[in-house]
Each structure stands twice: as structure tokens, then as C-alpha cells.
Design a protein around this ligand. Structure first.
Ligand code: DGL
Length: 277
């Protein structure tokens, strides 16, 4: 167990670091523990049972490190595991512990970006199949039409460092063509996977300038600022030594650090996390 009472941030791999970056920029004073389950990533094409089991194992590990609040900075885990964790698994823990996801805060604001009321959601197979964005955006913006496209090859390209190579262009264009073919009125594309900001520049190359591309980092960070203001007891329980600790479930921490630096836009020095499976 670490000494600090940190905010835990979890993703299947590196993607959550794009969210962590924005959180850290807005709330630099807190202590953070980041955990990437890189040994078992990607989660996107896995079954509901596996995603739930892996996510809960990682959340428990973060609790064991002293985290009271864990952010699932992963859409796939938020779509497939969050509800079970909140409604069932957390009952076995200290009642003050909380786990939050990234889908609801995004759904709360995404309707404000569109003029045409037609939004495209790009995500992993797991996120798209769950229908979570269609349901959640429908709750907040009933007049917005939501189109979805699974992009199963984007995370593997990103996790393997191939995202900026010429071969990636084919798959970037392929999924964009597929979502835009669903409606000529889409004016907003949501990157509903925390890995995708890495290919945001490439995505924009294939879009007309009238289409906005929205990533989640700042949205989730603002929502956390708001959450901590509304929950002073949680805010008071988090320590403020401005530390960031990084953990990965793969034993090649040097490899993790190399890629993590690209996602986090700063040097990363990680340690191995022995998550109980
Ligand atoms: N970064 C994760 C997300 O936001 C997904 C990655 C994966 O497939 O593991 O959905």
C-alpha cells in the first residue's frame, strides 16, 4: 500500500493517460496512481465477463494502494463493467469508495457540440455493442441522433506503435468512411475511446473542415473538478502532495514508459503491478 490517498486512474493500457493528462493539468495538487492493464490489453474485442473481471481486479488493486476514488479512463470498461462494479462489487468494500466512468460525463455535454443534431460515435467493439452512448446521449439530448462505428483495429495499431505509419491510413479512412456513410448530416465525431486522441490529427486529414472531432480528456477532467466540488467529503479524503505514480501489469516497464510518454506528453517511470488474477 502506498502512503498517499490518491485518485486512481485505470485503463486497459495507455489510452487513459490522455485523460490523466487533462485531469493532471486541471487538478495538479492531488496524488495520483495510474494503472494500465497492458498485459491483457486490448479489452475492446473481449467478452463482457472478461472485461468485468479484469476491470474489477484492477480496481481492487488500486483500492489496495490506498485509492478511495477510481476513474475508469476507458470507455470499454465504463460500458461493460462500471454498472456491475457500482451496483454489486462495491458492496464488499468500504462504503466511502467510489468508481466513476467516462461515458456519462461525455454524454452530458456532447449534444452541445452539434448544430445538425447528428453525432457519430467511434469506439471499440465492446463500447459500440453495449449501446451505452446511444442510451446515455438519448437521456440528455433526446433530439440528437447518434450513429456508431466500431473501429476494432485502431487500438491494436496504437498500442503497437503503428498509428503514425503510412499503413495506418487505410484503417483510419476505412472506419471514417463507414460512419460518414451512415448519415451526410453528421457534424460531430466523438472519439469514444481514450486511445484515439493519438490519431486525431490523422482522422482530421480525412474529414471536411466542417466536422468537429471531440476527444474526452478535458470533458472528463472538468467533470471530475465538478464532482469533487459536489463531494467535499471525498475531496477532503484525497492527499495533496502532487505525486503521480504509474503502474503496468506487463513486466517490461521500460517498454511501457516509452509509449506512455507519448500518451502522457511527459516522461513516465512505471513499476510493475502484481494484479491478482
Ligand atoms: N482505451 C479504451 C477505451 O477507451 C480501450 C481500449 C481497449 O480496447 O483496450 O475504450
Amino acid at each position: 500500500m502506498l502512503n498517499n490517498k490518491s485518485i486512481g486512474i485505470f485503463d486497459s493500457g495507455y489510452g487513459g493517460l490522455t485523460v490523466f493528462r487533462s485531469i493532471f493539468e486541471q487538478l495538479p495538487e492531488y496524488d495520483y496512481v495510474y494503472l494500465g492493464d497492458t498485459a491483457r490489453a486490448p479489452y475492446g474485442n473481449r467478452s463482457f465477463q472478461s472485461i468485468h473481471q479484469y476491470t474489477w481486479e484492477c480496481v481492487q488493486w488500486l483500492f489496495e494502494q490506498g485509492c478511495q476514488l477510481v476513474i475508469l479512463a476507458c470507455n470499454t470498461a465504463s460500458a461493460k463493467a462500471l454498472r456491475n462494479i457500482q451496483q454489486i462489487d462495491l458492496k464488499s468494500q468500504d462504503p466511502a469508495k467510489r468508481v466513476l466512468g467516462v461515458i456519462r460525463p461525455t454524454a452530458e455535454v456532447i449534444g452541445n457540440y452539434t448544430q445538425t443534431k447528428h453525432i457519430g460515435v467511434l469506439g471499440t467493439k465492446g463500447t459500440v455493442q453495449s449501446g451505452s452512448y446511444v442510451i446515455e446521449i438519448g437521456n440528455f439530448f433526446p433530439d440528437v441522433k447518434v450513429y456508431q462505428q466500431a473501429c476494432p483495429l485502431w487500438v491494436p495499431l496504437i498500442e503497437n506503435g503503428e498509428y503514425d505509419k503510412p499503413g495506418a491510413d487505410y484503417f483510419v479512412k476505412k472506419y471514417l468512411d463507414q460512419i460518414l456513410a451512415q448519415s451526410p448530416d453528421i457534424d460531430t465525431l466523438l472519439l469514444a475511446c481514450t486511445h484515439y486522441p493519438l490519431i486525431q490529427a490523422k482522422i482530421k486529414e480525412y474529414l471536411s473542415p466542417g466536422i468537429k472531432v471531440v476527444s474526452q480528456g478535458d470533458i472528463v477532467a472538468k467533470s471530475l473538478v465538478d464532482y469533487l466540488q459536489r463531494h467535499p467529503e471525498m475531496e477532503a479524503s484525497i492527499s495533496r502532495n502532487a505525486t503521480q505514480k504509474f503502474f503496468t501489469t506487463t513486466d517490461d516497464t521500460a517498454d511501457f514508459d516509452h509509449y506512455a510518454e507519448i500518451f502522457f506528453s511527459a516522461a513516465v517511470k512505471s513499476s510493475f503491478a502484481d494484479v491478482k488474477c
